[in-house]
Design a protein around this ligand. Structure first.
Ligand code: NAP
Length: 293
């Protein structure tokens, strides 16, 4: 179905910097077309997120996605935030309800939905690499799934320690008390944690196409045991350097595309009150990614 725009068309927006390679516009516009909604989704590269939120109010933009580097700063420009945002401290979805802006975060939900399609995580020993917004959202969502010990390693150790401290009060969220550890990036503890865990999640930007960290990976090949699941939140390229390394080591691999689609589907439902056409969103995102390769 083709979207036709007129004075009744609802506008949705993505705000970030950069946004040029985002798959969200193609995914959401396909979803609007498929569900027959008279809506359009456009990407805006913005430096000032407060000014962007003022524009959402003044222009009457119905909803927005917020991405790097504005997910934390945007919280101060909103009128209301939900409990999930209070815990994570970051927003990826905004809804404009009669001029009042509400913030939500669907990253953790999207990440865990994708993960649970691949493996069970109850009691699993998990190593998270990275301590930014995505690591925080994913860790919190995992704690609700009754996971086992959770080790968090980060280039800047202080950020990993701060994340562990702030997660401590949610460690019993799944009904069992998960052990939390902060690990240094270079120490032998990280190597041992990776060797002995069931699941490794890369929540850093290492390996992202178009970033200065393109082609890089956060760990050594001989740390990966056969049978472990390596989950890379990076979705472009679809086969990241880390995922290639994992497959070579006989490990299972999961890329970031399903998370991208599921967090987008959750945003779509928040904005429209409708179930998202997930299959359509998947095929639009895959097609756009393969057109780039
Ligand atoms: P962020 O808050 O900026 O955090 C970036 C993380 O990467 C930090 O832990 C940072 O470590 C680390 N890092 C950056 N450069 C590094 C380097 N050269 N060496 C080692 N570590 C480095 O970003 P975010 O929002 O958490 O996003 C992280 C990743 O998740 C991105 O690749 C993003 O695309 C991906 N993501 C994917 C989805 C999806 O739907 N698939 C959704 C959200 C995020 P320091 O603390 O030491 O700086």
């Amino acid at each position: 179905m083709i979207n036709k725009f007129n004075s009744q068309t609802s506008l949705y927006a993505l705000f970030g910097n950069p946004v040029g390679h985002s798959l969200s516009p193609v995914m959401h516009n396909k979803a609007f077309g498929e569900t027959g909604l008279n809506s359009v989704y456009l990407a805006f590269r913005v430096a000032d997120i407060d000014a962007a939120m003022a524009a959402v109010r003044s222009v009457g933009i119905r909803g927005a996605s917020v991405t790097i580097p504005h997910k934390v700063a945007v919280v101060n420009s909103l009128d209301e935030i939900d409990d999930q945002v209070r815990r994570i401290g970051a927003v990826n979805t905004v809804i404009n309800r009669d001029g009042r802006l509400w913030g939500y975060n669907s990253d953790g939900q999207g990440a865990v939905r994708a993960l649970l399609e691949k493996t069970a995580v109850r009691g699993a020993d998990i190593a998270i690499i990275g301590a930014g917004g995505a690591a925080r959202a994913v860790s919190l969502a995992l704690l609700s799934e009754k996971v086992g010990p959770l080790a968090i390693a980060n280039r800047t150790l202080k950020r990993a320690e701060a994340l562990v401290d702030s997660l401590a009060k949610y460690a019993g969220a799944g009904g069992t008390e998960a052990e939390l550890h902060a690990l240094s990036w270079h120490g032998p503890e990280l190597r041992e944690a990776i060797r002995n865990c069931h699941l490794v999640v890369n929540c850093t930007t290492l390996g992202m196409k178009y970033a200065s960290q393109a082609g890089q990976f956060p760990l050594e090949a001989d740390w990966i045991s056969a049978g472990v699941l390596v989950y890379d939140l990076v979705y472009n390229p679809p086969e990241t350097p880390l995922l290639k390394m994992a497959q070579k080591a006989g490990a299972r691999a999961l890329g970031g595309l399903p998370m991208l689609v599921y967090q987008g589907a959750a945003s779509f439902s928040l904005w429209t009150g409708r179930e998202a056409p997930v299959d359509i969103m998947f095929s639009a995102a895959r097609k756009a990614l393969s057109a780039e390769c």
